[in-house]
Design a protein around this ligand. Structure first.
Ligand code: SF4
Length: 373
């Protein structure tokens, strides 16, 4: 998909947030007093893998809220990472940031530390939507954060936006998209609000207080979003992701979709070495405790058979516009039978010996490969 794509990726989960957003099911803790102990533990965990994983093509610092780290903690984090691992010359180093954390000092520190891509969680340029989502920032702060990041010299900026939010009008969403385009981001992720179990929004949904948009309205917004961004020159290269050009595809996430190995460090982080997958305990306290007793914080490990790996590759490949090689179907005889019908329905197309989902195909990307089995 882009340079260094076959080099493994390194993910660091920063498990802290100032306050939990009511729709979010990522693991994070509000106990920022634990940051120093967490960094000590991370140093130990990195040491466990320094022989197994050496040279990475991407580093993604996600969370949680990595931008809440102080200058001292962020500097230490990068020192820890660089002391254990090496990176390719053109490594892509992304840091997830919330707009209200961005200051000229922080942006310039990030540059000095070698971070070359910022993924900014804007979600919306409509203050009413931001209030509903209980985000800490305003639309004005989001715009200011973009200016600061650009002034600091970042030429790779990714914006996260959210739609299908109850109460959000179509024109509010369109306006957010237009304002996002004025920031000329190299990358845009547009996520539909999904109500995840064990979140406050789920409790509200169960009690009938929060009504998600009907499925057909969500699908329509998805198609409109894709159409609008493609008309404005963006490539819709994965279900929720758009890039200005191929060089701007999110390198780290592309590793997941292409089934390239990745190492995840920190509470709840997932790893894959090409044949096995494992993930860490999702609790900062437990993570710190296990490591302080010399135990790896792995919660579970799964060895994948060749069949499982092939199926995963198929499922992940169908989430991207790149799709899968036509030859892949030789392992799934049923696939050859159903393929013409899916092409006729406009869900798939065949291009240069690849089977690729169309924009409509993206809407059913998760179920499409099951038809091949
Ligand atoms: S959405 Fe981001 S800021 Fe909000 S709780 Fe989740 S990780 Fe933290």
């Amino acid at each position: 998909m882009c340079n260094d794509i076959q080099s493994p990726g390194l993910y660091i989960h920063i498990p802290f947030c100032v306050r939990k957003c009511p729709y979010c099911d990522f693991y994070s803790s509000e106990d920022t007093q634990q940051i120093d102990s967490f960094l000590d533990a991370l140093d130990h965990e990195a040491r466990l893998y320094q022989e197994q994983f050496k040279r990475f093509g991407s580093l993604y610092i996600g969370g949680g809220t990595p931008s809440l780290l102080s200058a001292r903690a962020c500097t230490r984090l990068l020192e820890i990472i660089k002391s254990h691992f090496t990176f390719t010359e053109s490594v892509e180093v992304t840091l997830e940031a919330n707009p209200d954390d961005i200051s000229p000092q922080k942006a310039s520190l990030y540059r000095d530390l070698g971070i070359n891509r910022i993924s900014l969680g804007i979600q919306s340029f409509d203050d009413e939507v931001l209030k509903f989502l209980q985000r800490r920032h305003t639309a004005d702060q989001a715009g200011r954060a973009v200016s600061i990041i650009r002034e600091a010299g970042f030429d790779n900026l990714a914006l996260d936006l959210m739609y299908a939010v109850p109460g959000q009008s179509e024109s509010s969403w369109r306006d957010s998209l237009q304002q996002a385009l004025r920031c000329t981001p190299e990358h845009l992720s547009c996520y539909q609000l999904t109500i995840k179990k064990q979140t406050p929004f789920h409790t509200l949904k169960t009690s009938g207080t929060l009504k998600p948009l009907p499925d057909d309205a969500q699908e329509e917004l998805f198609l409109q979003t894709s159409d609008f961004l493609r008309k404005n020159g963006y490539i819709h290269y994965e279900i929720s992701n758009f890039a200005k050009n191929k060089a701007c595809y999110a390198r780290h996430n592309a590793n997941y979709w292409l089934h390239v190995p990745y190492l995840g460090l920190g509470p709840s982080a997932h790893s894959f070495d090409g044949t096995a997958r494992w993930w860490n305990n999702a609790s900062v306290s437990k993570y710190i405790d296990l490591i302080s007793h010399g135990t790896a914080p792995v919660q579970k490990r799964e060895n994948l058979s060749a069949d499982q790996r092939r199926l995963e590759k198929l499922l992940l490949g169908m989430r991207t516009r790149r799709g899968i090689e036509l030859d892949t179907l030789s392992a799934y005889p049923q696939g050859k039978t159903v393929l013409p019908g899916l092409v006729e329905k406009g869900l798939l197309e065949i291009f240069e010996n690849r089977i690729q989902p169309t924009t409509r195909g993206f809407l059913v990307a998760d179920s499409l490969p099951l038809l091949f089995l």
